[in-house]
Design a binder for this molecule. Structure first.
Ligand code: FES
Length: 64
């Protein structure tokens, strides 16, 4: 399912980015902006942030 329509980012891509960030940087506080950066994209309209934070909560990722 596409979560970010501006950048065509799916929920699967977000989950994979979260897993990779958590594995590579276990002490790092992960933010939606960091997920965009790890995917090589930038937020545009921002309407997907709610969907991204929902996935982060489902994946037990702490959110600031
Ligand atoms: S939907 Fe993600 S930046 Fe617009």
């Amino acid at each position: 399912m596409i979560i970010c329509s501006c950048n065509v980012i799916s929920d699967g891509e977000i989950k994979r980015a979260l897993d990779e960030l958590k594995e590579e940087f276990p002490q790092l506080t992960i933010t939606p902006d960091l997920i965009f950066k790890s995917l090589g994209r930038q937020p545009k309209c921002g309407s997907c942030i709610t969907g991204i934070t929902k996935i982060m909560r489902e994946q037990d990722t702490w959110i600031l």
